[in-house]
Design a protein around this ligand. Structure first.
Ligand SMILES: [Zn+2]
Length: 892
């Protein structure tokens, strides 16, 4: 094919074929990148100067192209000759001709232009602190936004050493992947920081941080096997205005704990020099593994009370990113098809580190309950895909950071470790780093080391688990006579939605047997089982008394949903609160939730179980998640006529729990937050008012920033924000300006059930611009859209008419990150759903998809997923209707 075919337009996509062609024909020797952020504090200045010197050799081609999403291009010089930008530049591509050939004659390309400050969290994001007016910058590039900051070959397999130089206000903290080699101060109040060259890395993990950040420092050292001393300077940074809340030493200590763990496990010294941890505002994701400079969401600087669950999640993220220093940064996937090669591993090994090396002993429980929930949801969408994906271009790559790539992949690796043994897994990892350091790999490279280490052929395992989609479902078939089991079988069902083939994966797992003993569910036995194909006989059950509960994936070693037998389900709904084993308990709750989503268990039954049994869940992360699920069940999986009653019942239950919760406990704050969210639906108004008025309703409950804004939102959404309360809300926001208050206020204001308010909020969210014409940031768009969606369908329906005709324009004009927030955020799903045979919104999505067959695949994917969620809700609602009728019939 013609890889240099020029297309007009922004040209921001890049195909796998184009990238493969460049990888075959180019070898990049080095990048020098100079950024001038001297004027960053002036918000009327939209861009900054970016100069890149790229040295690369070419083989078999005299032409290529470079990527640069720019504000303007001043000059292009190739091997000392000026290139005319008016002919060379098409959108974000710069086409080059007359390349020198061969390794011995590298080309030197200098591109001097202006790049733009970002408000979308992609590229170089600029943030003005509402608390003190200070300006902060940071970069975020994965998968392909380095080209928003400097000119480059934007693909993971053209690695090179990078030398960054950054000019910025003199008092700023300026950081990059490497340490600074020198700083030069200028007379105009600015300084230039020259960074040392990096080892060879991919563009998407380069990084720059610049602003008046608060910095805490520390150091890590260890003696390596060869007797040498490895010293790693550490720091942790956040905005100055939230530094009083920043437990930097905790972050630094966890970092040291992790460095010990990974050195022991991987037996490969940390290669990147220093290790900075930067917590940054309006971040689009949890964290990013830039070598030497990891960036984290500022949500991990706890300005409000943080539960043990939140601390555990943060520690998990720290370990996840650190695992990437090896899996991802040192050895990198060649293309985004194999994104799992780093994300699944980091997710699995990060959780392993959290479990084995830190104080958080519940890491695998949270994984079983929360993280895997994400995977099961994604794997049931019509857009699911194999773990090893088929990623044809960058738009598809951007969407591949999903529940399959992370959580399903990690679950499958956990099963792999059970399958080949932890030692083989570790040995394979060690060999993999040595064999592929500073280069790129694909699936077969990992399978090769794994086969070596385990002595097993991994082809059929990999085909089954990595190259198919869909969730296996484990069930129990049982015959009995006189209360005794005569035969029992563990079954596997489920269909790969992409091929229609039955799922017959190999599993190594435990089957747990539980009985009610003195009113408590006790595990009486556990049996290791190897399952292949459609089922295996459970000989150990034959001749035994039928257990009250059979849990097919006890211990959560494998990735599968569970279809409980009737007796087990009955036992769980009646007695789950008495099951003391926390992992089994969390697994059972997760399985019940899957059944609700699958319309196999009525949401009313799930909600009854939550009211009866959730209070006994001792892990706050699981407990808080259950309350979120209950909230979702009420809003989506119940027919409209049952919602008010069920919401009131749950609110009453939570108030009862709060009355007896331990003062100041994690459970207390989790309950209060859940109640505040529920109160958006017109329950517990008295609680909202009394807490906002500063009354001490429950001993030691602190109404902190997070809780206070949740309460304001509830008051606003229920139409109870009169003039005086609105003034109080504004006074609160003005007295305590912060990132949380900014988003919290926007959401609350947009939540007011008022036609004019809704019109303004919809207009702002769909255009990405406020009434003053200023572009909204990523977080402002999401808060505005979320506030808009709170309201009855009578209030909202009229606005959705403008949604469908705007979709292509939104996709075409906003960055993919912003467009995704707008399109998902405003999807017309919050209206009261009916159970009509053809739901009006489903009809509208179908019509749009039919009329736009050539719309970008990534845009179609979002709509298909939203449609699926809606259809799933409708099925669950119908089950409740049928269920209620059934109960009425039974009562008669
Ligand atoms: Zn990751």
């Amino acid at each position: 094919m013609d890889h240099l075919k020029r297309i007009s337009g922004p040209n921001e996509n890049l195909s796998r074929d184009e990238a493969a062609w460049r990888a075959q024909t180019l070898h990049v020797h080095s990048y020098e990148v100079t950024l001038d952020l001297s004027e960053a504090r002036d918000s009327s200045v939209t861009g900054y100067r970016s100069t890149t010197t790229l040295v690369f050799s070419a083989k078999g081609t005299t032409e290529t192209f470079v990527d640069f999403i720019h504000e303007s291009i001043g000059s292009i010089t190739l091997n000392g000759e000026a290139v005319d930008p008016t002919t060379a530049v098409t959108g974000s591509r710069i086409y080059l001709e007359n390349l020198l050939q061969g390794e011995a004659s590298p080309n030197t390309l200098v591109i001097d232009g202006m790049a733009q400050y970002s408000r979308s969290g992609e590229g170089l994001h600029r943030y003005i602190d509402p608390a003190d007016g200070l300006t902060y910058c940071y970069t975020q590039f994965e998968p392909a936004d380095a080209r928003r900051v400097y000119a480059n070959f934007e693909q993971p397999d053209l690695k090179a050493p990078f030398t960054f130089t950054v000019r910025a206000p003199r008092e700023w903290h300026v950081a990059s992947n490497q340490s600074a080699s020198r700083v030069e101060e200028h007379g105009d109040g600015t300084a230039t920081t020259y960074f040392a060259p990096t080892l060879p890395i991919s563009t998407y993990i380069t990084a720059v941080l610049a602003g008046p950040y608060y910095v805490a420092t520390d150091s890590y050292s260890r003696t390596l096997p060869d007797g040498s001393e490895l010293v790693i300077p550490l720091n942790a940074t956040c905005r100055t205005s939230i530094a009083e809340h920043f437990d930097a030493q905790n972050i630094l200590d966890l970092t040291k704990t992790g460095l010990d763990f990974f050195h022991e496990l991987f037996d490969y010294p940390y290669p990147w020099g220093k290790y900075d941890s930067a917590f940054v505002p309006e971040y689009n994701l949890g964290a990013m593994e830039n070598p030497g400079l990891v960036t984290f969401t500022e949500g991990y600087v706890f300005t409000s009370r943080a539960t043990e669950g939140q601390h555990e999640t943060r520690a998990n993220t720290i370990m996840h990113e650190m695992a990437h220093m090896w899996f991802g940064d040192l050895v990198t996937m060649s293309w985004w098809d194999d994104l799992w090669l780093k994300e699944s591993f980091a997710d699995y090994i990060g959780t392993l580190a959290n479990d084995e090396a830190t104080e958080f002993t519940t890491a695998w429980i949270t994984f079983a309950n929360r993280r895997k929930g994400w995977a099961y949801v994604a794997d049931q969408l019509p857009t699911t895909h194999p773990i090893v994906a088929d990623i044809t271009d960058l738009e598809a790559a951007k969407q591949n950071f999903d529940g399959i790539t992370y959580a399903k992949g990690a679950s499958v690796l956990k099963q792999l470790a059970a399958y080949v043994g932890a030692d083989a897994f570790r040995d394979a990892s060690r060999k993999y780093f040595r064999a592929h350091e500073f280069s790129n790999t694909s699936l077969n490279d990992f399978l090769a080391v794994l086969e070596d280490a385990s002595g097993r052929n991994m082809d059929s395992w990999a085909d089954a688990w990595l190259k198919t989609a869909g969730v296996p479902v484990l069930g129990i078939e049982l015959t009995e006579a006189g209360g005794m089991v005569t035969a029992a079988r563990l079954t596997q069902s489920g269909i790969d939605p992409l091929t229609g083939n039955p799922i017959t994966h190999p599993h190594v797992l435990n089957v747990g047997l539980f009985d009610l003993v003195d009113g408590e569910l006790i595990r009486t036995a556990g049996h290791a089982v190897e399952l292949t194909g459609t089922g295996v006989d459970l000989g150990f059950l034959a001749g035994a008394q039928r257990p009250d509960l059979i849990l097919p994936n006890d211990g959560d070693a494998t990735y599968a949903m569970v279809a409980f037998d009737d007796r087990s389900l009955e036992t769980l709904l009646g007695h789950l609160g008495t099951l003391a084993d926390p992992l089994a308990r969390a697994s059972c709750w997760a399985a019940l939730w899957n059944m609700v989503r699958h319309a196999k268990l009525a949401a009313t039954d799930f909600l009854a179980a939550v009211r009866a049994h959730a209070e006994s869940v001792t892990e706050v992360s699981v407990f808080a998640f259950l309350l979120e699920q209950a909230h979702t069940a009420i809003g989506q999986y119940l027919p409209p006529e049952l919602r008010a009653g069920e919401r009131q019942a749950l609110a009453d239950a939570i108030v009862g729990w709060l009355d007896r919760a331990a003062p100041g406990s994690d459970a207390q704050i989790a309950m209060a937050r859940a109640l505040a969210k529920l109160a958006r639906g017109n329950v517990a108004a008295d609680v909202v008012d009394s807490l906002l008025a500063g009354e001490q309703r429950w001993d030691s409950l602190v109404v902190d920033e997070d809780l206070r804004w949740a309460l304001w939102q509830a008051k606003a959404a229920t139409g109870r924000l009169d003039e005086a309360s609105l003034a109080a809300l504004e006074a609160d926001a003005a007295a305590h300006p912060s990132a949380v208050a900014t988003s919290g206020r926007l959401l609350a204001l947009a939540a007011r059930p008022d036609a004019a308010v809704k019109a303004e909020a919809f207009g702002a969210a769909i255009s990405g611009h406020g009434v003053d014409g200023a572009a909204l940031s990523n977080e402002a768009i999401s808060a505005t859209a979320a506030g808009f969606q709170l309201g009855s369908h009578e209030l909202l329906d009229a606005h959705y008419a403008a949604y469908w005709p705007s979709l292509e324009d939104i996709w075409g004009t906003l960055t993919i990150g912003l467009a995704t927030r707008v399109i998902r955020g405003l999807f017309p799903a919050s209206q009261d759903l009916g159970t009509a045979e053809v739901h009006p919104v489903v009809a509208e999505v179908d019509a749009w998809l039919e009329e736009h067959p050539d719309a970008p695949r990534a845009l179609r994917r979002i709509l298909l997923e939203e449609r699926d969620a809606l259809v799933r809700s409708l099925a669950a609602q119908r089950l409740c209707v049928g269920h209620a009728l059934h109960e009425l019939g039974a009562a008669r």
